[in-house]
Design a protein around this ligand. Structure first.
Ligand code: MG
Length: 159
């Protein structure tokens, strides 16, 4: 059967951090605060995939209290999620995402982000969607205090 999952994540900007989205490093500016590289897009995808496969969430599998994963690339988290799904007999069908951010401009980096994500997940790039929108100046995201990401994923499993 085909099963779907949903993921959401949000990280706040912090000084002295490097911004990484979809495994792409954005030069200059501020980065996001987090135990890993704080790649909010990868984290939302991880939760969508884990949810679709009936697994517990990213915080369970990759606790932010674990020093072994401090500063880890979130593409590596996705590779490990893929292994968890493989062990569960879940085959990824597709992933789709939306980033919510006032800045930076995502468009010029979309292809590189999609290549990183599809490679980490072992998918054809056409099975990985990345969209971006601003929050129209509304609320904390609109004030540029952080970046949020939403993801959905579909997997095929025997049951
Ligand atoms: Mg996160």
């Amino acid at each position: 059967m085909t099963r779907s999952g949903i993921g959401y994540d949000i990280h706040r900007f912090a000084e002295g951090r490097i911004l990484v989205l979809g495994g792409v490093t954005f030069p200059g500016g501020r980065g996001l605060l987090g135990h890993s590289d704080a790649d909010v897009l990868c984290h939302a995808i991880a939760d969508a995939l884990l949810g679709a496969a009936g697994e517990r969430d990213i915080g369970h599998h990759f606790p932010n209290t674990d020093p072994a994963i401090g500063g880890i690339s979130s593409l590596e988290i996705l590779r490990r999620v893929r292994a968890i799904l493989d062990a569960a007999g879940a085959r990824i069908v597709n992933v789709d995402t939306s980033l919510v951010a006032e800045e930076p401009k995502i468009g010029p980096h979309l292809d590189a982000m999609r290549a990183n994500l599809s490679s980490a997940l072992g998918l054809d790039p056409r099975r990985v969607g990345i969209k971006a929108t601003t929050n129209e100046g509304l609320g904390s995201l609109g004030r540029g205090e952080g970046i949020a990401a939403l993801a959905v994923a579909a997997v095929e499993m025997a049951e």
